[in-house]
Design a protein around this ligand. Structure first.
Ligand code: C2E
Ligand code: MG
Ligand code: MG
Length: 660
């Protein structure tokens, strides 16, 4: 029998028990009344002894049944009781009553007569008649109850000497058998009705269960993040919206972003990434109270709302969280770790709507991540100003090429030995809505929003094109700055090849300037790319040397062509700058690369650098960056600070400089 049938049968048995016990008390009382009437109404010395024994037996059976009926009523009725057991108890009671009755009838047919006998027969017959409906919930009892009650007595009457009683016996037998058939029908009908009722009930119940399961599934699908089991964005937003819709105590919203997660995802695989996210979610769950909102906002971002929490304790909690989240994860056979940067927005100080709170906390996280990873910051208005400026610049940058807002200026690089021009460094300028934005401001934004690839390619193409025109036969190179992100792009080598091909510039006249940070990413692939570029004939220099880390070791391991000493050291030539320059020159000698000093602003610096043996000089002392159209005349005029036409020069923002 399958589970559903079992359940159906169980319900049918329970209902049958309810029907049977439902009539029990009235049945017992009627039986008590009729039996007492028969016993006490007729004064017959012949049956008196029998009755004094019989009546207490009947009373005892009825009392037991009464107790059982009461027990069922109070202990079982409203529970998930065992219907079968209850029915068994009930039919034992009923059948015992039937047997006690039949002994009475048999005795009466043989020991009483006249009115008493007739009354007894009629009474017992009507008891048997009533049973058909009252006992209909149990087929065999309802069928055989009248038989047990009537048949032995009726047979007794058949043996009577009186013809009328014999006739009564025949009638009794006939009645008994008619009752047998009627009760069967009535019982079958009742049984069917119970099955039908419960089949429907089970069906409805099953449907309800299914609907409940589906509803739960839909709830999970639409409200929970399948990977971590945390609230998803939609559910979290709904909950937070509810929260801020009525006046509440101040609270803090923490925007958490993992540090170094992408690296694990990319290098070790998404499976490990998923594990990290799950484990992070568990750590957050363990740290957060049931009543506090926690969600996976997306990717490796999570949000927690700490109710009743003000700034100082939010910062304290954030620090503890960062510590917790930064603990190692053991995943398969490796030990991995990520950090977390947290931004905090406070309700109601910073905002009172859910969207704005999240936006501000996100912003705080974003700025903090740029400053120092795995630390915490609270939102400030200054951040918002910077952010809107950043967005404005980013939007402007996306249209800068197409609206011809970009141009390149060129700053000469001079040979120390004879003051001749060795190269020009291409420096990008952007004029956006009448404002010159310095490259130090817009290049990081272009890098951050992925615009640097397009802009970088534009610079390479234009620089090569322009250099191919001014440099004809002069052996003057062009130096192009390349951002780390461009350098790591697989397509970069093609971009360089195309720029050379389209411009016709000899590869030897193209120098690429990269910063030390490219080596932090992946030393081997960087080193390979440099070799590949060099095989093409291109020269590679390290820009801003000394500002990054591991500088000297990088120099030892890399076969670059040139090193550009950062201008901060040149500016400190009087103090410890000279020592650095000397050290770089010594290494340069042994590793065979050339040295350029950037940011040379004075004659004194020029002389000192020349004395130390720096081969190339670049800086305002020799020339500021020049507009491209001024280069031919600049080249014509020869080179030395005194012969430079300073009116052609532009400053870092691209403005022409008037020098008297
Ligand atoms: P950088 O490559 O170190 O460029 C040298 C910077 O120093 C230039 O600033 C130049 O104008 C400035 N400079 C030159 N001589 C002197 C001097 O004597 N004194 C002082 N104080 N400064 C001097 P600029 O043009 O503002 O460029 C800033 C940075 O922006 C560049 O630093 C470079 O890293 C980046 N950049 C410029 N153009 C591009 C580009 O096309 N692509 C990429 N990726 N970065 C670029
Ligand atoms: Mg440079
Ligand atoms: Mg530099």
């Amino acid at each position: 029998m399958n589970k559903n049938n079992l359940e159906l049968n169980k319900h049918v048995e329970q209902d049958a028990a309810v029907l049977l016990y439902g009539n029990a008390i009235s049945g017992i009382l009627i039986t008590l009344l009729t039996s007492s009437f028969l016993v006490f109404a007729f004064d017959n010395p012949q049956t008196a002894d029998f009755k004094t024994v019989w009546w207490p037996i009947m009373a005892a059976v009825l009392s037991l049944r009464f107790i059982d009926a009461m027990w069922w009523n109070f202990k079982e009725k409203n529970t998930d009781f065992d219907g079968k057991k209850a029915i068994t108890r009930f039919i034992i009671g009923v059948n015992s009553t039937a047997i006690v009755w039949t002994t009475y009838l048999v005795y009466a047919t043989t020991h009483s007569s006249g009115i008493e006998l007739t009354t007894t027969v009629i009474t017992v017959a009507s008891m048997a008649g009533g049973a058909a409906t009252i006992l209909a919930a149990h087929k065999y009892t309802s069928m055989f109850y009248p038989v047990i009650l009537l048949v032995p007595g009726a047979i007794g009457l058949l043996f009577s000497d009186i013809e009328a009683l014999q006739l009564l016996g025949v009638l009794g037998l006939a009645f008994g058998f008619v009752m047998l058939a009627t009760s069967k029908k009535s019982a079958d009908f009742t049984r069917n009705a119970l099955f039908l009722k419960n089949e429907n009930a089970v069906l409805v119940h099953r449907m309800e269960e299914k609907v409940k399961q589906r509803t739960q599934k839909i709830y999970e699908l639409s409200n929970l993040d399948p990977l971590t089991g945390l609230y998803n964005r939609t559910a979290f937003l709904d909950a937070l919206k509810m929260m801020v819709s009525k006046p509440i105590e101040p609270f803090s919203l923490l925007f958490i972003d993992l540090d170094g997660f992408k690296k694990i995802n990319d290098s070790i695989g998404h499976k490990a990434g998923d594990q990290i996210l799950k484990k992070t979610a568990n750590r957050l769950k363990a740290y957060t109270l049931e009543s506090q909102l926690l969600c996976r906002w997306g990717g490796d971002e999570f949000i927690i709302v700490f109710t009743n929490t003000r700034q100082s304790s939010a910062i304290e909690k954030s620090k503890q969280l960062i510590e917790k989240l930064s603990e190692h994860h053991k995943i398969e056979n490796s030990v991995l770790s990520v950090g977390a940067t947290i931004g905090i927005a406070l309700y109601p100080e910073h905002a009172t709507t859910e969207d704005r709170l999240i936006q501000l906390a996100d912003m705080a996280m974003y700025f903090q991540k740029k400053q120092m990873r795995s630390t915490v910051a609270v939102f400030s208005e200054q951040m918002e100003k910077l952010y809107s400026k950043e967005l404005r610049l980013k939007n402007g940058l996306t249209k800068a090429i197409e609206q011809h807002q970009l141009r390149i200026v060129y700053q000469p690089i001079i040979r120390s030995e004879d003051n001749t021009i060795a190269a020009f460094e291409a420096l990008l300028r952007w004029r956006n809505e009448d404002e010159n934005i310095p490259p130090d401001e817009f290049i990081p934004i272009a890098e951050q929003y992925g615009l640097i690839h397009e802009i970088g390619a534009w610079v390479l193409n234009h620089a090569c094109q322009q250099a191919s025109q001014w440099g004809l036969g002069r052996n003057v190179a062009v130096c192009v700055n390349v951002s780390v992100i461009q350098f790591q792009n697989e397509n970069f080598i093609n971009v360089v090849e195309n720029a050379l091909l389209n411009s016709g510039l000899p590869a030897e006249l193209l120098h690429l300037e990269i910063t030390e940070s490219v080596f932090a990413a992946d030393f081997d692939s960087t080193s390979n790319l440099i070799k590949q570029l060099q095989r093409m004939g291109i020269k590679v220099s390290i820009d801003d040397f000394g500002t990054g880390y591991s500088s000297l070791s990088v120099l030892q391991d890399l076969a670059v062509n040139m090193v550009k000493i950062d201008r901060s050291f040149v500016a400190k030539m009087d103090s410890n700058g000279a020592a650095i320059v000397t050290a770089v020159i010594n290494i340069a000698d042994s590793f065979n690369f050339l040295v350029i000093a950037e940011g040379v602003e004075t004659e004194k610096q020029t002389n000192a650098l020349k004395k130390l043996g720096v081969q190339y000089l670049q800086g305002y002392f020799h020339s500021r960056p020049l507009e491209v159209e001024n280069i031919p005349s600049y080249l014509q005029s020869g080179v030395s600070p005194s012969t430079t036409n300073l009116s052609h020069q532009v400053d870092q923002r691209g403005e022409s400089i008037e020098i008297n």
